[in-house]
Design a protein around this ligand. Sequence first.
Ligand code: F6R
Ligand code: MG
Ligand code: MG
Length: 393
Amino acid sequence: MFNSKHLYLIVGYVLILVRRMPSSKVTVSLIKADVGSLCGHHVVHPKQLEVARRSLEEAKRNGLIIDYYAFNCGDDLELLMTHKKGENSPEIHGLAWNTFKEVVAKVSRPFKLYAAGQDLLIETFSGNVKGMGPGVAEMEIEERPSEPIIVLAADKTEPGAWNYPLYKMFASPDNTAGLVIDPSMHEGFIFRVMDVVDGKYVDLSCPEEIYTLVGLLGTPGKYVVERVFRKADKAIAAVASTTRLNLIAGRYVGKDDPVLIVRAQHGFPAVGEVLAPFGYPHLVAGWMRGSHNGPLMPVSLRNARCTFFDGPPRVVALGFQLANGELIGLSGSEPADLFDDPAFDLARKTAMKVADYMRRMGEFMPARLEPEELEYTTLPKILDKLKDRFKSL
Ligand code: F6R
Ligand code: MG
Ligand code: MG
């Protein structure tokens, strides 16, 4: 006789089958860390990239990931991976962690590269690299019939550096014509804003809450955009890394050179609308000793290496087409190097003019960051030394 036990069994089997069915979704994971570099904090060594590529190639052969692209922005090693494991997968995070460890062991240490293993703050992997040092941006998406994505990475700055360009891309009709012209974008976007100091987040719906959004994003050391959704269908439009190493470590460990993934075209900002905000090299926190305001300079991969006063802070933008999780680039998986273009020469020139202007102020604010941003450096020690010498007025 058919009874409730049979019903439970059938439901159980169906659930197991559904779970086993391959998800139609694909996850794009960008995990990065500074694991040591050549000539101070200048650039990742080619051997480090070689070891990282070998490790990811093996994971691709074993079927753990669909595709990958390993690159660097200055002294940061960036691992871009596509797979079916979803966000926060211990297997994918473990792969990134082990790859970083291997690069340190096989190249950074034997070559005595500078600050070997800098961003690997904790010894033992706990299943998720968030909070362990590396920066992470991940999005699980339903791949569209054609899926252009742009991967951005910056050196010598912090996650709040994306606040201004993300606001321009997804909330400013002056930047993104699609907000006005394209009916599928006209409703606007939702910004998920993290309070990275107090560990909270809030979703703000634009255009209605633009003034509130700008109120928060104008303080990029505390409020940072983590994600943007299209309001009409809640589709993920962009994801950024939000780690603040200093807050994790409780001491100065450099800035948290951030990464960002943006979906483009057909209901999202066009590629040109994603890139346009970088035509204005806005001021970001970071630069020398993570303690100065400087212009964010858009550069090609070849020029993603800081020099002048350890800067100016740089950003690269790489374009891919996703095809069933595969990262289609120009030749093989080499992406379109989107800032490798004379169209950004003016921004680079302006950035250098601004860099020169800012440096003339030396260690006076606002060229140097405010004391709260310096709390993990020498300032408390200076104040401590002087505490008995301060007399009451
Ligand atoms: C900033 C950065 C560099 C270093 C600077 C001093 O994020 O990485 O500007 O802060 O070169 O580095 P140390 O203290 O390692 O000599
Ligand atoms: Mg470094
Ligand atoms: Mg760096």
